[in-house]
Design a protein around this ligand. Sequence first.
Ligand SMILES: [Zn+2]
Length: 160
Amino acid sequence: MSDKPTAAFVLSLIGGIFILLGGVALAVGFSFLFGGIGAIFGIVGVIFGLIVILGSVMLYQKPQSHTMWGVIILILSIIAFPSAWGFGIGSLLAFIGAILALVYKPSMGPAMMPSQPMGAMPMGSMGSGQAMGSMGMTCKNCGASIPAGSTRCPSCGATV
Ligand SMILES: [Zn+2]
């Protein structure tokens, strides 16, 4: 699955979970130390973590909008870094994930379709008769290349 920003998704997701857990820990700890104000500080971290997690999932679901979510995760990870949210490591992972999301280039359009040699495809799982006729298909929804014989887009799941 080379047309998904998998590394960006995984790093941002783990980073978001760390930020979320850090926010929960701070909300509990600070509410004992500083009362309500401390709890709010932690809760903001929880919200940041949730947005980063949402962003990483959206990044994976809709690779086309990688720039928007990359920017959102980048900004949140930078804001979260000086605080203890995510214990530092969460912000760092989300930051790297956001950079990967920003430099990610979705494979779309027939011009960028990789030319796969037929010999490399595993035989047996698909009917060998219909493989030839439907080569060169691209998804109308996201532009990803669809393997011959497939009725659904491997990238976005749209029916073809
Ligand atoms: Zn598609």
